[in-house]
Design a binder for this molecule. Structure first.
Ligand code: C5P
Length: 222
């Protein structure tokens, strides 16, 4: 096998959280360091891929060798992702906020006698959007399912509902220490079945996933 099996192949990776503004100084976010997505992008670069890395405000910087596009909100992430197409494979490792605050304006909400209530609206599902493209769909669409319970059942449901080819399922219950941590225990869920991987560093998970992506893209026509 080639040392750089992904040479010349365009791959998209999303990473990090999104921040959804409440007003100019406050936002809703979620716990995502961006470590797993960053490690995946780095592993793909190491195999020769041309990686577009669309990242929310992560704790870690983008890896060397990617084309990094920094965004804040889910809506911005979707626009950046669409702009990065076409690609041969897309890995959606971002922890996208499920909702945004409607009517967030450019004036700071003042503290008053009563607490404000926030109206939330659904964010676009970026993975489902790209996986559902009738034209220009990447050959391989990989999503993540971070769950605290019934991890595999949720991952299988997500594979079908979002039309992904693979789902990397991981247990993010507080006891697992995955969120913000350096290790991950994942199961690769595909239409062909489930494959449990041992507890590995996020870098090792990324290397294994990148190797599988290289196999999938170089194994004949899709
Ligand atoms: O539905 P859930 O958020 O658990 O799905 C997780 C997968 O979907 C991840 O791959 C994540 O990057 C992707 N996703 C997305 N856009 C959203 C929500 C999730 O791309 N709005």
């Amino acid at each position: 096998p080639a040392v750089r099996p992904l040479a010349g192949r365009r791959i998209l990776v999303t990473s990090g959280p999104t921040h959804e503004p409440i007003d100019p100084v406050r936002y809703i976010a979620n716990r995502s360091s961006g470590r797993q997505g960053t490690a995946i992008a780095a592993a793909l670069v190491a195999l020769g891929a041309e990686v577009t890395f669309v990242t929310g405000p992560a704790e870690v910087p983008p890896p060397p060798g990617v084309q990094a596009i920094r965004v804040e909100t889910a809506a911005q992430m979707l626009a950046a992702v669409r702009g990065a197409l076409p690609v041969e494979a897309a890995v959606f490792a971002a922890a996208v906020a499920d909702w945004h605050v409607t009517g967030a304006g450019d004036r700071k909400i003042k503290k008053g006698a009563e607490a404000p209530s926030l109206a939330l609206a659904q964010n676009p599902d970026i993975l489902a959007d790209v996986a559902g493209l009738a034209e220009g769909r990447p050959r391989l669409v990989v999503g993540f399912a971070a769950e605290t319970d019934d991890v595999l059942a949720h991952a299988r449901a997500k594979l079908t509902r979002k039309k992904a080819d693979w789902i990397v399922a991981n247990d993010v219950s507080p006891a697992s220490g995955v969120m913000g941590g350096t290790e991950n225990t994942v199961t690769l869920v595909t239409a062909q079945g489930d494959e449990g991987w041992p507890r590995l560093s996020k870098e090792a998970v990324a290397e294994r996933l990148a190797a599988r992506i290289a196999e999938a893209l170089t194994e004949g026509p899709a």
